[in-house]
Design a protein around this ligand. Sequence first.
Ligand code: AMP
Length: 192
Amino acid sequence: MKNITVFCGSSISNNEVLINQAYELGKFLAKRNIALIYGGAKIGLMGKVADGVLDHAGEAIGIIPKFLTSKEVLHEGLSRIIVTETMHERKEKMHNLCDGFITLPGGFGTLEELFEALTWSQLGLHQKPIGILNSNGFYNDMLKFIDQMITSELLKPSNKELLIVSDTIQDLFQQMGDFVPHPVPKWMNKNL
Ligand code: AMP
């Protein structure tokens, strides 16, 4: 994997563990010569990941829609900034440029980006690994909720396997590197 897209909070958490792990992920990417592709902001956990990359001479590419490029938001130290017209164009670029996705703790925007990547994967539109860095068990309740979707037969168990989860950076990369995509039929009752 040469380019990783990271989805994470544009807010800064009150939990030091989440902040530190965001920074450590950036440092890890830089040390492995993996470029960071992300939303381009200097604020929140997003800014921490980018700082972790840039403080260790890595490459951080920000993809940001024009309306968010204010001085308060845009990280001006980035290796490259791609300004898009719309949010949709931005998301398309974040998808196309990467070899895999990592989700850190975040809010609505982060979840929307994660679930879009998952949805596109289950429809067979891409076959890139999708990881969650489950810092401090942040996503435990969401993972339980996903099991509820399976119990209710609204999600195929094999589609849950599209989601790679770990609470350590090293192990997450190991699992993402080992990820073998398989064709997954979306519809529960079809023998495709
Ligand atoms: P949220 O989790 O709601 O804070 O949203 C964070 C996610 O949405 C990030 O992964 C970004 O791609 C995008 N995003 C939200 N707010 C911003 C912002 N101010 N600047 C850049 N990207 C943002």
